[in-house]
Design a protein around this ligand. Sequence first.
Ligand SMILES: Cc1cc2nc3c(=O)[nH]c(=O)nc-3n(C[C@H](O)[C@H](O)[C@H](O)COP(=O)(O)O)c2cc1C
Length: 213
Amino acid sequence: MLKNTKESCISVINTRTCCRSFSDKTVADCDIESILKTGQAAPSAKNRQPYFFIVIKNQQCKKEIALAATRGREKQFTNWDQQSAESMIKGKSKMNSNDLVIAEAPVAILLLRDSDPNYSEGISENLEIQEEQGVACVAYSMMIAAQALGLGMAWMCSVLNIPEELEDILTKYGIAWKKTWQPRVILPVGYSKKEKLRKPKRKELKEVSSWIN
Ligand SMILES: Cc1cc2nc3c(=O)[nH]c(=O)nc-3n(C[C@H](O)[C@H](O)[C@H](O)COP(=O)(O)O)c2cc1C
């Protein structure tokens, strides 16, 4: 039993882990809305909120994205030898990219970066970084929200490889694709098939931190 809000918040963060196998139990729309709102609660530079969310529940649409993502991985592994790349794409490698999970989860949230092309500020490279940081904060907030709601969520970066394919697929399903959209991550969400998930170990804190007292 959690004693207080502080403890429960930290516990949710520390126990969250990526879920990559989902049951077919339906997720309530109010839970998805709660996840989206928690995403919006994340910080962004000058509160520009440079993002857009597409919630995909349609099974066929998710399947098409999962297949396009799997094929798109080839672009990511062009420097690999053919055998390693193929086993990764087919999910046989230890480093399996897990893209088919997009189809397995009952819902997938596609997070797009949506920046104002007319906005400029100081060093443009820094603006780019700030916009990306804002989008990443949203994705992580959503993961925490899912965990707090008892749902599992994965982070799939494969959509980075397939912007044109996504535009084609989503347009077919009635989305008015904007030229300012850039896919950043797709977050499959649902109830975990496994009762217990193993969270990968982190480095020792002393390896990744220094203190100046
Ligand atoms: C930028 C980024 C890209 C990621 N891409 C993928 C991915 O494509 N496929 C996948 O299965 N997990 C992906 N992950 C999840 C990481 O593998 C996972 O967060 C990491 O192994 C730590 O595990 P944990 O989140 O369960 O604590 C990604 C995470 C981040 C932040």
